[in-house]
Design a protein around this ligand. Structure first.
Ligand SMILES: [Zn+2]
Ligand SMILES: [Zn+2]
Length: 232
């Protein structure tokens, strides 16, 4: 089963990044959308029309996106409710409502018969339901958005700084690392959604190693190139 989460990069870029690792975007079975922000949904319509991907999305997220981002004509839309479960053959995707400032955001746990992978970005804050989720995972792709000091001292206007740090914003490196302390079974964590202005991979990794320790393997996801194949 081939699942693609979110569609923030253009079709050609997504096609090329997948092809670099021998994957054909046309063979993706489902495009699953987390929330209505442009960096996650912008090209969903393009992926569907160009590559015939079925879209899985909540009704409220689609409504919001269509009014704001103009996804264009869609013909294959499958709805889920945030908190519900999707089934694709032997793989299931549990969706988890997030307190992020989208209309109906979701994070995901992808389960096969014996492994669980978390896809946890745009979380709002480290809400308590995340602890048992992290504890259940074998691997996780998790938001580690900013270094708090870099954000405070950085170039963003005060209102944006408040939004990012607030309860509906993004997780800092420290918040993400503290969550990962619950991950007793984790084989690896891939740090994602790193801010371009308020974070960088070495700062993020240092915070995580300082808090979580050396026992967990960390990767960082780049905005500009594929991360390679990670096996759960
Ligand atoms: Zn985002
Ligand atoms: Zn977002």
């Amino acid at each position: 089963m081939r699942l693609l989460f979110d569609s923030g990069i253009c079709g050609i870029e997504a096609e090329h990044r997948l092809r670099a690792y021998g994957r054909d975007i046309r063979k993706v079975d489902a495009l699953i959308i987390s929330h209505d922000h442009a960096d996650h949904i912008r090209y969903a319509g393009v992926y569907q029309r160009k590559y015939a991907l079925p879209i899985y999305i909540t009704p409220r997220t689609l409504y919001k996106a269509e009014t704001e981002n103009r996804l264009g004509r869609l013909t294959n839309v499958n709805y889920f409710l945030s908190g519900g479960k999707l089934h694709f053959g032997k793989v299931s995707v549990q969706t988890i409502p997030t307190p992020h400032d989208a209309v109906d955001g979701a994070a995901f746990v992808v389960s096969s018969e014996e492994r669980k992978l978390g896809i946890l970005t745009d979380l709002g804050h480290a809400f308590k339901d995340l602890i048992p989720v992290i504890a259940s995972l074998d691997a996780v792709f998790i938001e580690s958005n900013h270094d708090s000091e870099m954000l405070v001292n950085g170039p963003y206007p005060a209102s944006l700084k408040r939004r990012i740090q607030g309860p509906k914003g993004h997780l800092s490196n420290k918040e993400a690392a503290e969550l990962l302390q619950a991950g007793a079974n984790l084989k690896w964590a891939c740090l994602s959604h790193l801010s371009e202005n308020n974070n960088n991979p070495s700062v993020a990794l240092k915070t995580h190693y300082d808090i979580v320790g050396q026992s967990l393997t960390f990767y960082t996801a780049s905005r500009y190139k594929p991360s390679g194949i990670l096996i759960v």
